[in-house]
Ligand binder design. Structure first.
Ligand code: NOJ
Length: 560
């Protein structure tokens, strides 16, 4: 047991301290904090929990309901913390369990909920179980907690099957056995430092139910489940055969992704969560081929929400957007789960840059593009997202309109995918650059000791300080939008939209008294003035009952 275990604070309480509406999560706006890059409390150039704690009032004032924190657990950081070596310990680079406790308590006092990241598909190769599995050798029971297999070929020199790592290269690494000979291979769908657990082994399930309880006892309000679609592998670990794996990913059920067996795990987890009061939730990071398959994760006895990656991957195109909105709502209605909407996170190109890329480029391709167009579309896309029924996710810095940093020098890069050269997922550092708080100063207010990734020279002009109180700034647009959303329950509520007639390239829908129009074209379009303009992402002009909605602009109207 590590020191931090014994120094763990007494449980906050088994009850979340946040007072609030039951079912708060059905229309919640949840803000993703990437702890490395949010705020640095101790001036070592790396964000930390103390930094997050001191900035909680900013998040309360922004108007979000909850904060999801990417992993801050003990980790060798081979994949920025998604390689956990102790699930019950805070990594010293982020603080201590006492800091986590203080953060949870302060958030609750401000009316904010805290969702933590759980990484159950794989551990770090430094996790005690894996180290033991390596040390105890082939045939030992400790190897059964992971996927160890003999290799193929005359001398076992070939990987056991043809699966590829999501980060590039084979999904298998051969170990050197304790006697010094080349031995078995182990499975890692991500980096070699992230061996996949064998979820067929009962100890794995027991351990994760215990980890859930540990953090629930700490008072967290929920979990974001990493690779929620990956834990169960098809029996026998069958070859994929003669396929280009990258073209199958996300388009097909794979022998290692979206297997039906994962749902048994979630039914068990739901029972654990439901023992705790306080309306706590699970949200799945499940990259499935279709929204219909995503809906399986949020059946009434499983998880509460799942990220809508089909929406995230949709271009700034009215027809495509209408289709994905309809399909999402149609898929979620039968299972009674809220739709979710997300445009950016720590794995994809920030949407202010993505929407400036030519349509057809994937979510991971980073080109500088036309920044003005990208930002205009990003702001419009955000207002569209926040007008849809369900829950929305905001990634830190998008409220500042931050673009992706597309020109980071190779020597500062840290993303393991970059080094494994997958192409598909290779450039995630660009959306992880620490965010600017002040116009000037070292690292623009991120901390006193610089920043672990270099910030662009014009970052100060995009800072919270520079945008606060500035009419028309992206930060003020987000603040205003979230304030309207809080005032008017009709925005996030319900499970349907009523589409209105609109010219090609324009989306228009009504929800009760509320009307949203999004012009995705490069031209201004005339639309009926539907009432009082509540908010717009650009300048709307009105005359004689007609409104001109400029290119790439969304407007919210209230009929009352
Ligand atoms: C999804 C996380 O969002 C990503 O950052 C990570 O690399 C993989 N899962 C592996 O844990």
């Amino acid at each position: 047991m590590s020191q931090q275990h014994s120094a763990a604070p007494a449980p906050t309480s088994a009850v979340s301290a946040v007072e609030g509406r039951p079912d708060w999560w059905r229309d919640a706006v949840i803000y993703q904090v990437y702890p490395r890059s949010f705020a640095d409390g101790n001036g070592d150039g790396m964000g930390d929990l103390e930094g997050v704690r001191t900035r909680l009032p900013y998040l309360r004032d922004l108007g979000v309901d909850a904060v999801w924190l990417s992993p801050f657990y003990a980790s060798p950081q081979a994949d920025a913390g998604y390689d956990v070596s102790d699930y019950r310990v805070v990594d010293p680079m982020f603080g201590t369990l006492l800091d986590a406790d203080a953060l949870i308590r302060d958030a609750h006092a401000l009316g904010l909920r805290i969702i933590v990241d759980l990484v159950p598909n794989h551990s770090s190769d430094q996790y005690e179980w894996f180290r033991r599995a390596l040390a105890e050798g082939p045939g030992s029971p400790s190897r059964d907690r992971y996927h160890f297999r003999p290799g193929k070929g005359r001398n076992g020199e070939l990987p056991p099957n043809d699966w590829e790592s999501i980060f590039g290269g084979p999904a298998w690494t051969r170990v050197t056995e304790p006697d010094g000979t080349p031995g078995e291979w182990y499975l890692h769908l991500f980096a070699p430092e992230q061996p996949d657990f064998n979820w067929e082994h009962p100890a794995v399930g027991d351990e994760f139910r215990s980890i859930l309880r540990f953090w629930l006892d700490m008072g967290v309000d929920g979990f974001r489940i990493d690779v929620a679609h990956g834990m169960v592998k098809a029996e026998g670990l069958p070859d994929l055969g003669d396929h280009e794996q990258l073209t199958l990913l996300g388009n097909d059920v794979m022998p290692f992704f979206d297997q039906d067996g994962v749902h048994d795990i979630y039914r068990e987890w739901r029972l654990v969560l439901d023992e705790y009061s306080g309306d706590r939730i699970f949200v799945a990071e499940a990259w499935t081929p279709t929204v219909e398959r995503t809906a399986n994760y949020v059946r009434p006895d499983e998880l509460h929400q799942a990220f809508n990656f089909q929406y995230l991957a949709t271009h700034w195109d009215a027809e495509e957007l209408r289709t994905v909105v309809n399909r999402t709502l149609d898929a979620m209605r039968p299972v009674g789960a809220p739709a979710t909407w997300v445009l950016s996170n720590h794995d994809v190109t920030r949407h202010a840059t993505r929407f400036a890329n030519p349509a057809g480029l994937g979510t991971q391709i980073r080109l500088a593009g036309d920044r003005e167009v990208g930002l205009r579309r990003a702001r419009a896309a955000t207002l569209l997202m926040l007008a849809l029924p369900g829950s929305a996710y905001v990634y830190q810095g998008e409220e500042l309109g931050l673009p992706d940093v597309v020109d980071l020098p190779d020597e500062v890069r840290q993303d393991p995918a970059y080094f494994r050269g997958a192409g598909q997922d290779g450039f995630r550092d660009g959306c992880r650059v620490p965010i600017p708080w002040t116009r000037t100063g070292p690292s623009y207010g991120f901390g006193d000791g610089g920043s672990w990734l270099p910030q662009p020279a014009d970052w100060g002009g995009l800072s919270v300080e520079a945008q606060t109180g500035e009419p028309g700034s992206t930060l003020e647009l987000y603040r205003a939008a979230l304030a309207v959303r809080r005032e008017r329950a009709d925005l996030g509520a319900g499970d349907a939209v009523e589409w209105l007639r609109a010219p090609e390239g324009v989306l228009a829908f009504r929800r009760g008294e509320f009307v949203c129009v999004a012009n995705t074209t490069g031209e201004s379009v005339p639309m009926p003035a539907y009432g009082r303009v509540l908010l717009a992402s650009g300048e709307i002009t009105e005359a004689a009952g007609e409104a001109k909605v400029p290119a790439d602009t969304t407007v919210w109207w209230s009929a009352s």
